[in-house]
Design a protein around this ligand. Structure first.
Ligand code: MG
Length: 281
């Protein structure tokens, strides 16, 4: 595939992201796919999706796992409910993550992405060790499937994330870099973070946001690409600098307003096309 193929976040059932038909209408060659619900993860459905995607000329570059009970309502709720960090749901979620990985394998996809949750900043805490262990367990399972795990950025400052990645010792654990999340969560200036995390960045989201007036305490706001605090031209330059050539996947989560969502993604695609051209890609 050529450098920086464009993509969108998409779903095949009631998940976030645009529907496959919309991705096709937008003319993108790649998608990140929200893992469908359990009942849609049967082998015959995988075969059906694979046929459909082939007809539409779309390739899945990453299947994103999400779980029942997760809520992004505000930062404290994220801390309490997201990913493999909360102890109460960890065992059932890691089991489901493995099921999602198996489904991704049926789709021929070798990357599974997810929000791990808030990695504790204190590496001496027992929770940190628990999160290390569950991540290793997931990575071992994915490795046997020939897959990698990509952690979405946002909750951690770059140095905390890099330390965590190193501490796992997993060689199939990478990062899905989302510049807007760094801003939304108040986790640090995104392009500085991108350079620091650089060697681990194996997929990216193109999303934009504005800073909260209380970074880290309250959310910033997600806004259409090019209207927020992410300098998109500089983002592409930094991706170039770290040697990233994979898909540029647009994420715009306003599924309750599908028409506006499609229009904004359309504009985002135009912006990325012109920036790519300027960057000589
Ligand atoms: Mg994202």
């Amino acid at each position: 595939m050529s450098k920086w193929p464009l993509g969108v976040f998409a779903s095949i059932d009631a998940g976030l992201g645009v529907h496959l038909e919309v991705a096709h209408e937008l003319g993108v060659p790649t998608i990140h796919l929200h893992a469908p619900k359990k009942q849609s993860r049967a082998p015959e459905r995988a075969a059906e999706f694979t046929r459909q995607l082939k007809d539409l000329g779309i390739e899945i570059s990453c299947v994103f796992a999400g779980f029942e009970g997760e809520s992004y309502a505000d930062i404290p709720t994220v801390e309490r409910t997201i990913g493999l960090v909360p102890p109460e749901t960890r065992a059932e979620r890691v089991a489901e993550l493995k099921e999602i990985a198996d489904f991704a394998k049926l789709l021929g996809v070798d990357v599974v992405g997810m929000h791990l949750g808030y990695v504790p900043h204190n590496a001496d805490s027992s929770l940190y060790q628990e999160v290390l262990n569950v991540t290793r367990d997931a990575c071992r399972y994915l490795a046997a499937n020939g897959q990698s795990l990509h952690l979405e950025t946002g909750q951690e400052p770059a140095d905390v994330l890099v330390k965590f990645l190193k501490d796992t010792g997993c060689d199939n654990l990478f990062v899905n870099f989302d510049p807007a999340n760094m801003i939304l969560y108040g986790a640090g200036e995104p392009l500085t973070a991108l350079e620091l995390i650089g060697p681990y960045v194996h997929s990216v989201h193109c999303k934009d946001a504005t800073w909260s007036d209380k970074p880290g305490e309250t959310w910033g706001a997600e806004v259409p690409l090019g209207e927020g605090a992410v300098d998109m031209a500089a983002y592409l330059q930094t991706l170039d600098k770290i040697g990233y050539t994979g898909p540029l996947t647009i994420e715009r989560e306003i599924p309750q307003e599908p028409a506006r969502q499609k229009a904004e993604i359309g504009k985002a695609l135009e912006l990325l096309k012109s920036l790519k051209q300027r960057a000589g890609a």
